[in-house]
Design a protein around this ligand. Structure first.
Ligand SMILES: [Zn+2]
Ligand SMILES: [Zn+2]
Ligand SMILES: [Zn+2]
Length: 339
């Protein structure tokens, strides 16, 4: 990512000024609909468009032919793009500011946009005219376009870039670059998506060139990132712990229910002394019943039976104790030792 020297005098990062306006639509207002892969005369047009094809073509031609252009945009390696002050100035408040400050002969003005490839600037300026771009150009220059759209406050293009990045351009190899870009360009959702990817693939990501480069150039960022990853990991562990706790609680709850059920109704071979086990028993709905049945059988026969003496009995004691603490119907309850 190159630096952008031209815009440093008017920090766009800090500029929260008026939102830029889209290029005015000529002639009768067309219905503004956004669609990808616009179809015209049966053939599919590539790219993206928010206006009808005729409108789009007119603005594209104005840009391509540079009819009565009054601004020269100088780019890297001596590149030059011709544009119209009233259009690019309307589309970007930052460019408007640059034009105001720029010197020139007569109505001719000249501004410079350096630090990104010439073609990226071209795609950017073209978008200011027609709100259009080619798919291939977006793929090639999306990172530069994101920086340009952020620096020159063109939210519509920024949204497109972020959308494009979010939809599958992020890989293990470039996630750190895109993450840094997202922070630089204030794209919170994109940075969250990157962060999630780093978290899930930490080992692979930390071995990439991108990570090593960040370590060199932004050691503080690496530190913060590591801290946030650790925090995320702790949160995940805490979530698992809570889930387990809940699981244990549920098991205990079920065991308590089953205990009351056995002592009250009896189940299969075990139950209150006045129960008639000869009649066909109704099917049991308590999941915990079977385990509890054998536990009670053991408890009844165990020689040790004292607290701490036997693991099974200890569990039984715990259940009985817990029950007696929680039981609301102790006057009619048939669980042993309830009262
Ligand atoms: Zn049962
Ligand atoms: Zn025992
Ligand atoms: Zn009870």
């Amino acid at each position: 990512m190159g630096k952008m020297d031209t815009i440093s005098e008017e920090s766009p990062l800090a500029s929260n000024r008026m939102a830029p306006m889209a290029p005015p639509l000529p002639g009768p207002t067309t219905s503004s609909y956004c669609q990808k892969g616009l179809v015209m005369n049966g053939s599919k047009l590539r790219g993206y468009s928010c206006v009808t094809t005729a409108t789009k073509d007119l603005w594209e031609r104005l840009f391509d032919e540079g009819y009565r252009a009054d601004v020269t945009v100088k780019t890297d390696n001596g590149g030059v793009i011709h544009a119209h002050a009233n259009i690019i100035g309307m589309a970007s408040p930052v460019i408007r500011g640059m034009l105001k400050k720029s010197k020139g002969r007569g109505r001719q003005r000249s501004i410079s946009i350096h630090g990104v490839p010439h073609n990226a600037v071209r795609v950017f300026i073209r978008f200011l005219y027609s709100s259009c771009y080619e798919k291939e150009e977006m793929e090639e220059y999306v990172m530069h376009l994101l920086v340009l759209s952020h620096a020159f406050v063109v939210p519509q293009l920024k949204k497109e870039c972020v959308r494009h990045l979010e939809q599958g351009v992020i890989t293990i190899e470039n996630v750190i670059d895109i993450f840094q870009l997202a922070l630089l360009c204030d794209a919170p959702r994109l940075s969250v998506i990157c962060h999630r990817m780093v978290f899930r693939n930490f080992k692979a990501v930390s071995a990439t060139e991108g990570w090593q480069a960040m370590k060199q150039s932004h050691p503080m960022l690496e530190k913060q990132l590591l801290q946030s990853l650790k925090y995320e990991d702790n949160r995940r562990k805490e979530r698992i712990r809570k889930l387990n706790e809940r699981q244990i609680y549920l098991q205990l709850y079920e065991a308590m229910e089953a205990l009351v059920h056995i002592c009250r109704d009896g189940c299969r071979t075990i139950g209150p002394h006045d129960k008639d086990f000869k009649t066909n028993p109704a099917p049991c709905h308590y999941e915990a019943c079977k385990g509890l049945e054998s536990l009670i059988r053991h408890f009844a026969g165990c020689k040790l039976r004292v607290r701490g003496g036997c693991g099974h009995c200890k569990r039984m004691w715990q259940l009985l104790e817990l029950h007696s603490r929680l039981c609301a119907n102790y006057d009619v309850c048939r669980v042993p030792l309830c009262r």
